[in-house]
Write a protein that binds this ligand. Structure first.
Ligand code: ADP
Ligand code: MG
Length: 604
C-alpha cells in the first residue's frame, strides 16, 4: 500500500502527489500528519528547510476542511511573496483531483483588487504574507470568524522580518478555539515566546537536532588573503563546472560588485537584493529557477524564502554575523534529501567566527584548499569529456550536415580529432591558469597581511598591472542602459574586447567606463560619428586619472554560458525602446566626479 494511504491520506490526494513524485513521506510528514489529522492539537514543528513541511501541513488541511462550504477555514501565514506563491501552488497541486478546493494567495506588491475579487468569489484556504493580509482585514474584506486552522510557516523568518505585530492583529480576528500549527527551521527565544502566546499545550516535534544544519550539508572553509578573495572564489567556481549556487554577501553593494565582476568575466550571474523592485526580483528569480543563471548573488534578506531545488553550493562570500543566518543560508542547499556543500571563504582573522558557527551548529567544518590552476584545468577538461560523452545527439537535425563534417575531418585521425575537440575549451582555462599562483593563505602570516589589504574584489589577474583610462560617455540609465548593456554597446561600437574594459559606472544621463590606455584612441575613433537615437554620442577622458590592477584576464565562457549576452536580445530591447521622459540635456557632471570614486570598496 502507498505509505501516504497508511498515514490516513485519501486516494485522490495520494494520486495527485504521486504525480508530483512523492513516493513516501519525509520524516516530518510521517510524524506530523497523523497528529495533525486529528485536528485537535496545537502543533510546533521544528525542521530544516527542504524537509517537506508544506505537505506536512497542506495534506492534513485538505483532509480536515469542508470544501462544500466557501468561507475561509484555514489561514497560512508565511514571510515572503515567493513562499506564498509556492505554498499556494503546492496546495493546489495536492488538491488537483479534488473538487472545489479554493486557495487564494494574498501578498504585497501585486494588484490588491484581483486578490479581493478572488476572496469574494469564495475561498477555503488563504495563504498570505502578514502585511497584505492585515490590509485586507482592515478593509473588512474578509471574515476569519470561522477559521479552524492557522498555520505559521517559517515563523522564525516572519519574526526576523518584523511581522510580530501584524501577526498579533491578524490572529486577533480568528476564533479562540482554532488550532495553530507553527513551523520553523530554528527555535530562537522569540519563536518560543509566540508559541507560548498563541498555543495551548502544543504537540512538539523536533526533527534532527535543534539548530543543526541539514545533515546532508558539508561545511567547508577556505582561508585566503583578503585581496585574493575574488580570485579564490572564481577558482572554486571553475573547479565545479556544474555548480548551481547561491552566493551570500553582506551588503547590497557587495552583491552588485560581485555580480558585475562575474558577468564581466563571462559567467551567468546576477544579484538579488532589497533595492530591486518586485518585478526585477521576480525576473532574476525566474532566470535562476530556469537555470539561465548559474550563480545567484544575494543578501540574507533578499534570499529569505528562496526555495529552489538542486542548489549544489551555498557560498558565503562574506560570513554572516549570526549563526542563525548561517543556518538559513546553508539550508538553501541539500533540499529534499539531496546533498550540498556550504562554502565559506574567509581570511585568517575570521577563523574564530568559523569556530563559533561550528559550536552553534554542533558540526565540524572541513578546511579545504583552494584548487591549483592545474587542478582547475584538469577538472574542466574532464567536464568537457563528460559532456561530449553524455550529449543528446539530435539525429534528424544533424544528419544533413554529417557528410560535410566528415569531409572536413577525413584526413584526421581519431586521436587527433579528440585532442583538438577537447582543446577548444581547455585552452582557455590553460591560458588563464598556466601561471596561477597558490591562493591559500599561510595561516601564520595571518596577522601581517590583514591590515590595509581588505580591498574587496580584486579584478586583476595577478599577472602584471594594466593601466586604465576612465572615460565619460553621455549615455546612462535614462537611455535604458545597465552595465551589461553599456559594455555590449561599447564593444559593438569600438570592436574592443569586453574583457579589456574595466569598471563601468552607469549614472542617470551619463556613465563612466574604464578602458586600457592602449585602447583609448580606438574607442574615441569608434564613437567619432556615432549617434544614439539621433543624439550625438560624446566620449571624454574623465579627469579622474587612471586606476591600476583591474580588468579582465579571466577566461570568458563561450556558448551556453553566455546565452544571455551573446544572443544580444536584451541589448536590442534596451536600445530600441523609446527613450523615457527625461530627454536630452546633458547634466553637468563635472561636480559629481568625486563621488564616482570607488570608495565603497573600503566598506567591507
Ligand atoms: P520545507 O517547507 O520544509 O522547506 P518543502 O515543503 O518546500 O520544504 O519541500 C521541499 C521540496 O521537497 C519540495 O520540492 C517538495 O516538492 C519536495 N517534497 C516534499 N515532500 C516530498 C516527498 N514526500 N517526496 C518527494 N519530494 C517531496
Ligand atoms: Mg517551507
Amino acid at each position: 500500500m502507498n505509505p501516504f494511504i497508511e498515514l490516513g491520506i485519501r486516494h485522490d490526494i495520494v494520486n495527485a502527489i504521486s504525480e508530483l513524485g512523492f513516493e513516501k513521506p519525509t520524516p516530518i510528514q510521517e510524524q506530523s500528519i497523523p497528529v495533525l489529522l486529528t485536528g485537535s492539537n496545537d502543533f510546533v514543528g521544528l525542521a530544516q528547510t527542504g524537509t517537506g513541511k508544506t505537505a506536512a501541513f497542506g495534506l492534513p488541511l485538505l483532509e480536515l476542511l469542508d470544501f462544500e462550504e466557501n468561507y475561509p477555514q484555514a489561514l497560512v501565514l508565511c514571510p515572503t511573496r515567493e513562499l506564498c506563491l509556492q505554498i499556494t501552488n503546492d496546495i493546489k497541486n495536492y488538491a488537483k483531483k479534488m473538487g472545489n478546493v479554493q486557495v487564494v494567495a494574498v501578498y504585497g506588491g501585486a494588484n490588491i483588487s484581483d486578490q479581493l475579487r478572488q476572496i469574494k468569489r469564495g475561498v477555503q484556504i488563504v495563504v498570505a504574507t502578514p502585511g497584505r493580509m492585515l490590509d485586507i482585514i482592515n478593509r473588512k474584506a474578509i471574515d476569519f470568524s470561522k477559521v479552524k486552522f492557522v498555520v505559521l510557516d517559517e515563523a522564525d523568518e516572519m519574526l526576523n522580518m518584523g511581522f510580530q505585530e501584524d501577526i498579533d492583529s491578524i490572529l486577533s480576528t480568528t476564533p479562540e478555539e482554532k488550532k495553530t500549527w507553527l513551523f520553523s527551521a530554528t527555535m530562537p527565544t522569540e519563536v518560543r515566546r509566540i508559541a507560548k502566546k498563541y498555543m495551548k499545550d502544543p504537540f512538539e516535534l523536533t526533527m534532527g537536532e535543534k539548530n543543526t544544519g541539514n545533515v546532508n550539508i558539508e561545511h567547508e572553509y577556505y582561508i585566503v588573503r583578503a585581496r585574493d578573495k575574488y580570485a579564490a572564489f572564481k577558482r572554486i567556481v571553475d573547479f565545479n563546472p556544474d555548480i548551481f549556487g547561491i552566493v551570500f554577501c553582506r551588503t547590497k553593494i557587495e552583491t552588485q560588485d560581485i555580480a558585475e565582476a562575474l558577468i564581466k568575466d563571462g559567467y551567468n550571474a546576477d544579484s538579488l537584493h532589497g533595492d530591486l523592485s518586485q518585478q526585477q526580483r521576480d525576473k532574476v528569480m525566474k532566470r535562476y529557477r530556469d537555470r539561465n543563471l548559474q550563480l545567484l548573488i544575494a543578501t540574507d534578506v533578499a534570499a529569505r524564502g528562496i526555495d529552489v531545488n538542486d542548489v549544489t553550493h551555498v557560498i558565503n562570500y562574506s560570513l554572516p554575523d549570526e549563526v542563525e543566518n548561517y543556518t538559513h543560508r546553508s539550508g538553501r542547499t541539500a533540499r529534499a534529501g539531496k546533498t550540498g556543500v556550504s562554502i565559506s571563504i574567509i581570511n585568517a582573522k575570521e577563523l574564530g567566527k568559523i569556530r563559533q558557527i561550528e559550536r552553534g551548529l554542533g558540526k565540524r567544518f572541513v578546511k579545504a584548499e583552494i584548487p591549483t590552476g592545474f587542478d582547475v584545468c584538469e577538472k574542466q577538461l574532464f567536464s568537457i569529456v563528460h559532456k561530449v560523452h553524455n550529449v543528446q545527439v539530435n539525429e534528424p537535425q544533424i544528419e544533413q550536415y554529417i557528410p560535410r563534417i566528415m569531409e572536413e575531418f577525413k584526413e584526421m585521425s581519431k586521436e587527433d580529432f579528440i585532442k583538438r575537440f577537447a582543446s577548444i575549451e581547455f585552452n582557455r582555462f590553460l591560458d588563464y591558469y598556466k601561471n596561477a599562483p597558490d591562493l591559500n593563505a599561510p595561516l601564520e602570516e595571518g596577522r601581517r597581511f590583514e591590515r590595509g589589504e581588505d580591498r574587496g574584489i580584486d579584478r586583476g589577474n595577478g599577472s602584471g598591472k594594466s593601466e586604465f583610462t576612465r572615460l565619460f560617455i553621455n549615455l546612462g540609465s535614462v537611455d535604458e542602459f545597465n552595465r551589461g548593456d553599456l559594455l555590449g554597446y561599447i564593444c559593438n561600437q569600438t570592436k574592443i574586447s569586453g574583457r579589456t574594459v574595466g569598471k563601468i559606472d552607469v549614472k542617470g544621463v551619463y556613465s563612466f567606463f574604464e578602458v586600457q590606455n592602449a585602447d583609448v584612441d580606438k574607442v574615441m575613433a569608434g564613437f567619432k560619428e556615432a549617434d544614439f537615437k539621433g543624439r550625438p554620442v560624446r566620449i571624454e577622458i574623465s579627469g579622474e586619472g587612471t586606476s591600476e590592477n583591474r580588468g579582465g584576464g579571466y577566461p570568458r565562457r563561450e556558448g551556453g554560458y553566455n546565452r544571455e549576452r551573446s544572443g544580444g536580445e536584451r541589448r536590442e530591447g534596451g536600445y530600441n525602446r523609446e527613450r523615457s521622459g527625461a530627454s536630452g540635456g546633458f547634466r553637468d557632471f563635472s561636480g559629481k566626479r568625486k563621488e564616482d570614486r570607488p570608495e565603497r570598496r573600503r566598506r567591507f
